[in-house]
Design a protein. Structure first.
Length: 160
């Protein structure tokens, strides 16, 4: 009588030359963490060059881009660039050290960007007081920063 082992995997996973295994990607919404993270990071970086504040003076219409709002606008740009770089490097096979999981780094960058954008939503710099209303670029920045957080959370779910 021949015994069959029901617990053996009929198709063993592929081995890599270094002794590791091929990483399988989740399907559906759970596998969308990379796409959401890099797309939101790209929009976040580009939103620094959109109008964050608008206003009008005597015969003059004023629009201020995020880059010109001080150090916060520049930090938001570089945070978005860092998110895109992390996702692209992961796609190229370069991983962060195990002590700093990529999903948590992306999540932390998203939280940092969200806090900085919320600071600019709440307060208008004094040097820009003729610009008394928020522009569409500021709201796009906020949505993109929240998208980076969502991408980081989905990537964390992939790791589990």
């Amino acid at each position: 009588m021949q015994e069959t082992d029901l617990f053996l995997d009929p198709d063993p996973p592929e081995h890599l030359p270094g002794g590791g295994y091929v990483r399988t990607h989740p399907e559906g919404i759970w596998g969308a963490g990379d796409r959401i993270a890099w797309l939101s990071g790209l929009v976040l970086a580009l939103s620094s060059f959109m109008d964050w504040y608008a206003g009008s003076g005597v015969g003059v219409k004023l629009a201020v881009i995020g880059w010109n709002t001080g150090i916060i606008g520049k930090v938001v740009f570089f945070v978005g660039l860092a998110v895109v770089a992390i996702v692209v490097l992961r796609g190229a096979g370069v991983d962060l050290p195990p002590s700093a999981p990529e999903s948590l780094v992306i999540l932390a960058l998203g939280v940092l960007a969200t806090v900085f954008v919320l600071i600019r939503v709440i307060t208008i710099p004094e040097a820009l007081l003729p610009a008394n209303s928020r522009g569409i670029g500021l709201w796009i920045s906020l949505l993109a920063a929240l998208g980076v957080i969502a991408g980081g959370l989905l990537r964390a779910a992939e790791d589990l």
